[in-house]
Design a protein around this ligand. Structure first.
Ligand code: ZN
Length: 331
């Protein structure tokens, strides 16, 4: 495989390569010469080190054997997956593997859950019950109190039927502003879910980690998903955000104009917006180390980055980053 990496390194600069979430490098067409044979492949790699620059190959389509010929074992691998969705409990048969392994694509034909949603419910089940239960098999116990932050209704509604769970929102009731919690909210919850929210919170994001910790009961669990990279430190896109507005004079090219606390003017282009309701400007790209530092500084322990696969619930991560993280408030 390293022979491929060396060859890819030398050619990717001249191809139509693109970076995506988590430092992934996608090359739609690259000629690979192995054993004197040329084969045009679609290659996805991820950066494992920035200095020196090193890549790890995620996938080569069509797959190759070590001698460059079509791989009989790889070719024989199934391109579909059958699974029981752990969000709705329904069976799914022969779903395209590339859809199942996509973090965001709805891949359950019954509830539309994505890999992220199934992984999140798996993480919650592990944190609360120390086993892998489908959401329909969660015990009914309104004494287990939890909140979500703009959670997806596909699991928020059944979760509220099972447990003492409330979905909260920044823009509407039931309202929660994680940057401004009240004293009477502290120490109330057995679990808190936050799925792809913290990358949008205004800086300094440390306050959100500290407040999440305060909201939990001792022994309570924080189930967190955010996009994150495995290398380097968290990158704050607008570290001095203070008095700002987003201008969009030229449609499709919004610009963030900021006046810092000390009166300096800043302008940012190439803003990244995520889908969803409300304010979805990406404020930062977390790194795994950055997340560990934030969680530890806030007081969390037993921090677990959930990289394990559970094919029976179709939790098959093609990547080891941007996966759910479980963190506990110590007892
Ligand atoms: Zn489902």
């Amino acid at each position: 495989m390293f022979k491929f990496i060396n060859r890819l390194r030398s050619v990717f600069k001249t191809t139509n390569a693109s970076y995506s979430l988590g430092g992934q490098l996608h090359i739609p067409a690259v000629d690979i010469m192995v054993g004197g044979r040329k084969k045009t492949c679609e290659v996805t790699m991820r950066i494992i080190s920035e200095e020196p620059l090193q890549f790890e190959v995620e996938s080569i389509i069509p797959p190759l054997s070590d001698n460059g010929s079509p791989s009989s074992t790889a070719a024989a691998q199934p391109r579909t997956a059958s699974f029981i969705c752990n969000v709705c409990g329904k069976k799914n048969k022969d779903v395209a593997l590339e859809t199942v392994r996509d973090r965001e694509a709805p891949s359950c034909s019954s509830c539309g859950s994505s890999l992220r949603m199934r992984s999140l419910i798996h993480a919650l089940s592990q944190a609360l019950f120390d086993k892998d239960l489908s959401l329909p098999d969660f015990p009914e116990d309104k004494g287990i109190c939890g909140i979500g932050m703009s959670d997806w209704n596909g699991y928020a509604i059944p979760l509220a039927e099972k447990l003492g769970y409330t979905n909260t929102f920044y823009h509407t009731e039931p309202h929660l502003d994680i940057m401004n919690i009240t004293h009477d909210q502290e120490g109330k919850f057995d679990f808190i879910i936050s799925s792809d929210v913290f990358e949008h919170i205004l800086p300094p994001v440390s306050i959100a980690f500290e407040n999440t910790f305060k909201l939990l009961k001792p022994g309570g669990a924080f189930i967190l998903t955010v996009p994150f990279t495995q290398v380097g430190q968290t990158v704050e896109h607008f570290p001095n955000l203070h008095d700002y507005r987003i201008e969009d004079k030229k449609k499709w090219f919004p610009c963030l104009v900021n006046t810092t606390e000390t009166g300096d003017k800043e302008q940012f282009k190439d803003l990244i917006f995520h889908g969803g309701d409300g304010f979805t400007l990406e404020m930062r790209m977390f790194s795994e180390q950055g997340l560990m530092d934030e969680l530890t500084a806030a007081g969390f322990t037993e921090i677990h980055v959930q990289q394990e696969n559970h094919p029976e619930s179709s939790i098959i991560w093609p990547i080891t980053w941007a996966v759910p993280i479980i963190a506990k408030r110590p007892c």
